[in-house]
Design a protein around this ligand. Sequence first.
Ligand SMILES: [Zn+2]
Length: 419
Amino acid sequence: MQKILSLGLVIAMLASCSPAKKEEAPKKDIATMSEEEIQAYAEELAHKFIIVDGHVDLPYRMEVKGFMLRKEVEDVSVETTGNFDFPKSRKGGLDAPFMSIYVPSSYNAGGAKEFADSLITMTLDVAKVYDTLFAPANSPAEIQSNFEKGLISLPLGMENGAPIEDDLANVKFFFDRGIRYITLTHSKDNQISDSSYDTTYTWNGVSPFGEQIIAEMNKYGIMVDISHVTDSAFYDALRISKAPVIASHSSCRHFTPGFHRNMSDQMVKDLAANGGVIHINFGSTFLSEESRDKFDMMDSVLTNYRAETGLSRRDSAFVAYAEKFAADNNVFADVPIVADHIDRVVELAGVDYVGFGSDFDGVGNSLPVGLKDVSMYPNIIAELLKRGYSEEDIEKICYKNTFRVWNEVIAKAKELQGS
Ligand SMILES: [Zn+2]
């Protein structure tokens, strides 16, 4: 399927080729456009540019849909109730969501490699079964080529390095399976790194074995993902890695003081100085202190409600109550708040260091109004246009920044293997 260029876009492209018109920034045009026209322009850009998302939790959603032991494999070739599927991706212009091979910390004690391997198989099966819709992708060049064929790429990132277990050879094993970034840890300290959600500080940063793992990741061209780690582990990773590092799904701590899962201003600056990229997490609780407070409040109200009524989280009466409570109390963040985080990175470091890392299907019940699923990327692009971002800026945010880092990681691996 080819991406269709609208007449308006063709005219805009021709205009941008003319030297006389080149000075005209899209911002000027935006000022004269109606809301509908800006939205249409954003939709054109969403489909003209590759959109990479640093973190989409489809694999785990396929593994366990709902709660308890009920398993139901999702058919994402058709419309689903989840955040990600083919029709929604097509509508929103999403081309390369990093599929999160999420390994819960409960596997840190054992079975992590096997579990990760099974999620990888399931995710690659999606591309195998629906090979006219999806394709695996192991590099920016493969994403580009899939895009030109009208296929949605499913690159793989592993969330939690626990599956490396205690064997360095597992880095190559997972590289061969298609893993192209590893989030060093998840919600607990593991054998590689301390976690921002843990308070044990097992290693005061990255472990000695973690240092070897990062070196091995550099050697094969696996990106180091510092989302979820402590500040000390972030600085250790920055020091140890010979290639730039990424945050696959983190936001700016500036808006959520004390929430260490997000990056401080200084960390954003240091990540950028090292050539990396932060992919902004869309979850409401990552975006503002107000949202965090409201979610805390909602959590205690709903816990009390369940205790009083005896309902479980899955009871439809409870779900209806929870949905009504969320709507009545306006708990969700919105698109402008997500854009504030992008602005913040741009102010601190520049437009070359930011991308999207939605956490779709990972934070489903906390997504902002206007960014509830992968069909809605045009809404954030429209907001960026309104704030004066140029097409070139938006192209960088959509994929070029991620591609730059990934290509540098690949080039460094070649260099290290050659030496
Ligand atoms: Zn995560």
